[in-house]
Design a protein around this ligand. Sequence first.
Ligand code: SF4
Ligand code: SF4
Length: 155
Amino acid sequence: MDAELATLCQACGLCCDGSLFGRVPLAPGEAASARRNRLLVLDSERGFEQPCTALSVRDTRSGPEHVCSIYRERPTACRSFACRLYDRHEREGGPLEPRLAAVQRVRQLVADLQAQGLSPTDFEADPGNPSRPSESAKLAYAELMRRLEEDFARA
Ligand code: SF4
Ligand code: SF4
């Protein structure tokens, strides 16, 4: 099971690459270690910025592999985070492929929107904005939000 969960997270990386979080909290006393590991620590020392500078992405035959380069020294918040998809697989087991497919679908939706130069703020209701997103982009965004909530919110 541990190997399957590692495979899932390595295929995903959404909780490290800025897709889910803009910032990650640091516990008291963790700022020095985070700086030593070249994380982008906030002036307040209460967190660090994402996309995480410790995230390493390698191309493999089965797709990009996401690896934390400071895994043994990662902050407490990183150690304690589990998304719903991860949690479901850990509790229920079953085939890994549908979980990996869920990751791939979210990654595809993010890539599609980025290819159109869109960010989440572009989807806020603004009927007077002539450059507002197309209907297809709105549908993609709605599916992305639904999937993030169902599978990638904190378990
Ligand atoms: S979002 Fe979930 S599946 Fe993806 S890397 Fe984080 S814990 Fe793993
Ligand atoms: S320190 Fe590691 S686990 Fe934490 S956000 Fe960065 S890459 Fe992810």
